[in-house]
Design a protein around this ligand. Structure first.
Ligand code: NAD
Ligand code: TYD
Length: 354
């Protein structure tokens, strides 16, 4: 079996669902269930003995040690993290605790377990760390996309904490020989995406008749990948990646934020037209920019394509249509995640913006 951390969050839940749709290898799912963790994402696995869910913290080395000793996984895939840039600006401490200190304790527990394995199990064991392109900082308009050797230049507390965790993972390979792999992926979108991030926020606000808050001039560029393509990339790296290597994952889909919002409005105009016949674009509102806002991210994905033969299955057009349709079909999920905590966050992040 494999141990997945953060498997009740957006990408982790998609990964667990895809993994068990394709194989019978069981998953231990360790998740703290922060505001971003949601067992409803895994509802289709209820009663399925192939998933063992454990509520707990990656920073609890004793708990992780017990889970490793009991279940003896052949791999750990680490998704658990605080993941939202705006929250890291309002309160960086949780990011330091989970992304840096938590990853450190997780690595220590995994190292102790791995050291005690017999040679064959030791050689085949893998620790895969899921990271982000944001560690590389911001690109100017005509700069080449981020390759794996691009220097680290994180600009937000979130990206700085992820950068620190990447460095720890690297150091555990070089110092202790821990068999690690790291993936740095671009922005994901798709089902179960928590509506604090750009794409799901715009869909749910549009449907609720609320403003669509575009930061600054809306010309910041992100490189978007459908979440299930990220999951297939992680499976490829886990199966075939070279030890100690970093793989950048992206879909060659650079888009300006305003273009994304326009695309969502156009799809909703077609799939769920407004009662007054006007376009959802009427709801767009330009608001005060995010402090330290990175202008552009872009991933050079040639290494994973060349070495592992990985390619995304979705284009942006097919992926965004599926995503908008998923939110239309899962309004119950949306209303459940918009709890009191969610409303407090929206108030905190948007009320002070002109
Ligand atoms: P998310 O915020 O939706 O989910 C994070 C999950 O981790 C939640 O289920 C949460 O409960 C859990 N968690 C948080 N702290 C924990 C702790 N201390 N111990 C155990 N579990 C804990 O995040 P996501 O968007 O699914 O991202 C998953 C990973 O992928 C993160 O490491 C993130 O940095 C990385 N990543 C995300 C994106 C993206 O676009 N979302 C892109 C590239 C990389
Ligand atoms: P986000 O989904 O938070 O991802 P990240 O900051 O990790 O790239 O934001 C994506 C882009 O959308 C980013 O440039 C900030 C912008 N954005 C808005 O313009 N308005 C919003 O309300 C949000 C949440 C994001």
């Amino acid at each position: 079996m494999i141990l997945v951390t953060g498997g009740a969050g957006f990408i982790g839940a998609n990964f667990v669902l895809d993994w068990l749709a394709q194989s019978d290898e069981a998953v231990i799912n360790l998740d703290k269930l922060t505001y971003a963790g949601n067992l409803e994402n895994l509802a289709s696995l209820q009663g399925d003995p192939r998933q063992v869910f454990v509520r707990g913290d990656i920073g609890d080395a004793a708990l992780v040690g017990r889970l490793l000793a009991k279940h003896r996984p052949r791999a750990v895939v680490n998704f658990a993290a605080e993941s939202h840039v705006d929250r890291s600006i309002h309160g960086p401490e949780d990011f330091i605790q989970t992304n840096i200190v938590g990853t450190f304790h997780l690595l220590e527990a995994v190292r102790a377990y791995w050291s005690g394995l017999a040679d064959t199990e030791k050689n085949s064991f893998r620790f895969l760390h899921v990271s982000t392109d944001e560690v590389y900082g911001s690109l100017a308009k005509d700069d080449p996309a981020f390759s794996e050797t691009h220097r680290y230049e994180p600009n937000s507390p979130y990206s700085a904490s992820k950068a620190a965790s990447d460095h720890l993972v690297r150091a555990y390979h070089h110092t202790y020989g821990l068999p690690v792999l790291t993936t740095n992926c671009s922005n994901n979108y798709g089902p179960y995406h928590f509506p604090e991030k750009l794409i799901p926020l715009m869909i749910v606000n549009a449907l609720a008749g609320k403003p669509l808050p575009v930061y600054g001039d809306g010309q910041q560029v992100r490189d978007w990948l459908y979440v299930r393509d990220h999951c297939s990339a992680i499976r490829s790296v886990l199966a075939k990646g070279r030890l100690g290597e970093v793989y950048n994952v992206g879909g060659w889909n650079e888009k300006a934020n305003l273009d994304i919002v326009h695309t969502i409005c156009t799809l909703l105009d077609e799939l769920r037209p407004r009662a007054d016949g006007k376009s959802y674009r009427e709801q767009i509102a330009f608001v005060t920019d995010r402090p330290g806002h990175d202008r552009r991210y872009a991933i050079d994905a040639r290494k994973i394509e060349r070495e592992l033969g990985w390619k995304p299955a979705e284009t942006f057009d097919t992926g965004i249509r599926k995503t908008v349709q998923w939110y239309l079909d899962n309004q119950g999920w949306v209303s459940h995640v918009q709890s009191g905590d969610y409303r407090n966050w929206v108030e905190k992040n948007y009320a002070g913006r002109a």
